[in-house]
Structure formats: structure tokens, C-alpha cells
Write a protein that binds this ligand. Structure first.
Ligand code: ZN
Length: 368
């Protein structure tokens, strides 16, 4: 696995917004650049991930800071790309993928395909055909281009490092992608079909918001002795645990039901009936397929608000741990998760510490 991933994020993005750098703008509840960083980390395909930026300060408090390398960019895109290539030279990379941070919607499947094709090619570049008719102007004359034969190239683009490095250091003109280098030097490029969803965000209007939905979830489980207590995916020291077919995690169950509510997909029992298959299942395992489904449907969570209703344990003591855990499980920023503790004035079963209940409201947005 001698693969390296370079994310170019040093652009000024003048066409986008006058105050905020495009790559740091919020898209699907993450900064645009975070989509590329997290996806490349999750793919586990790369020895190093290098981010090229002119705003080093911005990355100071990022949770993934230790897993990536951040270097200062150049004036133009091609300067930044060359800086990354020079920086990586000492690691003797075999394969290198160059990607524009402005394309947050590429897939891990595409990364795998690009790397696989590098076994028999020196350059692999995804493209799509234009939906619009294209004209080409030269010396004041205008020509029609055959749309079928016009390639719109996308990123990530994959190369053998050695070849790309050689071409880059001898390049004089400013280029807008690395495929250009290969084409200009009559080197073979393997073009593969890209994906129309892998758009380059250029204008603010490229980010289309669709509809937002709310969902509500409620759950209650009986407390019994000799069982571990799980809340929000973590073990909490307590004299009893929650009785259930699963681990009885009321918080995660209420979150699951709220998501199913927002997406109009019935309830938790539909997906996890009380059958042998799900006996003693841990709740994070139940949450996972529900979240995968959200992702597949282009839905993403905006925020989660939780009421945990119990006399003991004290929520304030475990609030941060539980929120951290939910943040890890959902990929949602901690600031977008709220957990409130609510006692019931020692009334009823919950008041006598015989049960714990939880209610959740979630909001999700569908993106196009
Ligand atoms: Zn439950």
C-alpha cells in the first residue's frame, strides 16, 4: 500500500463567497474539505494524506489533525500540487492521487478503482460528458465541439508518482489539472467514467438545500440487577442495567426511532424484532445500518436533542462521555448533540429507580 492522497485546498475561491474560503463552508453538516479528509482516512488506502492550504491556522483544532499532513500551498493550483509532490519525494511514493477539496462527493469505490487501475496504467482520470453543447473559440472563430467526444475531467486523478513528478517539475505553464500534463506531453491517460454526483462546488448556488424533516423517538427499559448499564453506546457504572432483548440502551434506541420517524420508515421493531438473531445485540450495531441507509438516501442529520429521564445516574457526570460516544457513532459534530437530564421527583417506576426512559428529537435534511 504505497499510496498517497493529496487534497488541494489553497484556492481563493473568489467566485464563491467574499468572506469565507469555499473549502471551509458548511456542506452536509461538515466543512466541504472535511468530506475529502474523512473519506480518504476511512478508506484506509493511504500511507499519508496531505492537505495543501494557505490557511494553516484553520486546522489547529481539528480532531483528525494527527492523522494528516498539512503543508502551505502556492499561488496557483499547479504551484500547490508541485509543492505537495516535492514534499512527498522523501517518502518514495509509488502511487499518488490528487484531489480538489471542492469535490466533496467522490466515493471510496472510486478511490479503490483508481488505485487498482494504476497497476497497468500510469495515469487514471475520471471524466463525464457534458450535458450542454460546447463551442470552442480560437482566433475569433467559433467551432462546435462534439459533445460525445468532449471529456470533462474530474478529481481525484491517480498517477504513478515518478511520472507525475517528472512532468510537473519540467512544466512551465499553469495547468488546471494533472491530466493536462500527461495530455500535453503525449503520455497515455486511462480515462474512466466518473460520476455526475461528483460535482465541483464553484458557486454558492451549487449547494442546493432540499427539505428538512423532524423525527421523534421514545424508549423505556426496566432496570434490573446483574446487568451492565449502557447509555449512548458506552458502559456506565451503576448498580443495575437495562433489561431488554438487546443491551437496552434507551438513548440509542430513541435516536434510532427518531431517525426512522424523520425518514418515515416505521419503527425500530420493524428492523430489529425480538428474534434469536438480535438476542443481546449491542445497540451501536443497530444504529449502524440505520445511518448507512440515511447516507445512501442523501440524508444527513442536522442535530439531535435528547432527554434522559431517570433519578440516577446523574446525567451531568456522564454528559460529555455520552455526547462524545454519540458523536463518534453518528459522525455528527459534538456541538450538534444536546443531552438533558430529567428527574421525575421520585414519582412512579422511574422515580424509584426501576426504569430509565429517553426521548429524542432529530432533524434531517435531504440534499440533492
Ligand atoms: Zn429499547
Amino acid at each position: 500500500m504505497n499510496n498517497y492522497f493529496v487534497i488541494l485546498a489553497a484556492g481563493k475561491s473568489k467566485r464563491f463567497h467574499k468572506n469565507i474560503d469555499k473549502q471551509f463552508y458548511n456542506y452536509k453538516n461538515k466543512e466541504i474539505i472535511d468530506h475529502s479528509i474523512e473519506k480518504s482516512l476511512n478508506s484506509k488506502l493511504f500511507k499519508k494524506i496531505v492537505v495543501v492550504t494557505n490557511n494553516l491556522n484553520h486546522f489547529k483544532n481539528k480532531k483528525y489533525l494527527k492523522s494528516i499532513n498539512i503543508i502551505k500551498g502556492g499561488k496557483e493550483r499547479s504551484d500547490s500540487s508541485l509543492k505537495a509532490l516535492k514534499y512527498l519525494k522523501k517518502f518514495k511514493p509509488k502511487n499518488i492521487l490528487i484531489h480538489d477539496a471542492a469535490r466533496p462527493d467522490f466515493s471510496i469505490k472510486l478511490l479503490k478503482k483508481l488505485i487498482a487501475l494504476l497497476k497497468s496504467n500510469k495515469a487514471v482520470v475520471p471524466f463525464i460528458n457534458s450535458r450542454d453543447s460546447i463551442k470552442y473559440k480560437t482566433n475569433n472563430e467559433i467551432f462546435n465541439l462534439n459533445r460525445e467526444k468532449a471529456f470533462l475531467t474530474q478529481t481525484p486523478q491517480a498517477f504513478r508518482y515518478k511520472e507525475l513528478y517528472q512532468l510537473s517539475i519540467s512544466q512551465k505553464n499553469k495547468i488546471t489539472d494533472e491530466a493536462t500534463l500527461f495530455v500535453n506531453n503525449n503520455k497515455k491517460v486511462k480515462f474512466i467514467k466518473g460520476n455526475n454526483d461528483n460535482i465541483k462546488i464553484t458557486y454558492k448556488t451549487d449547494i442546493k438545500l432540499n427539505k428538512t424533516y423532524f423525527g421523534i423517538g421514545f424508549d423505556i427499559h426496566r432496570l434490573i440487577k446483574n446487568k451492565k448499564l449502557y447509555l449512548g453506546g458506552i458502559k456506565i457504572p451503576f448498580h443495575s442495567g437495562l433489561k431488554g432483548h438487546s443491551d437496552g440502551d434507551v438513548i440509542l434506541h430513541a435516536i434510532i426511532d427518531s431517525i426512522l420517524g424523520a425518514t418515515r420508515r416505521n419503527d425500530i421493531g420493524t428492523y430489529f424484532p425480538n428474534t434469536k438473531k438480535f438476542k443481546n445485540i449491542r445497540s451501536p450495531k443497530m444504529l449502524k445500518p440505520i445511518l448507512d441507509n440515511l447516507d445512501k438516501s442523501n440524508l444527513s442529520i442536522n442535530n439531535i436533542d435528547i432527554n434522559l429521564i431517570c433519578e440516577q445516574p446523574k446525567v451531568s457526570k456522564y454528559r460529555n462521555k455520552i455526547i462524545n460516544s454519540i458523536s463518534n457513532l453518528t459522525g455528527l459534530n459534538k456541538d450538534l448533540i444536546n443531552l438533558k437530564g430529567k428527574t421525575v421527583e421520585k414519582l412512579g417506576l422511574i422515580g424509584k429507580e426501576k426504569a430509565i426512559a429517553c426521548e429524542v428529537i432529530v432533524s434531517v435534511t435531504k440534499y440533492d
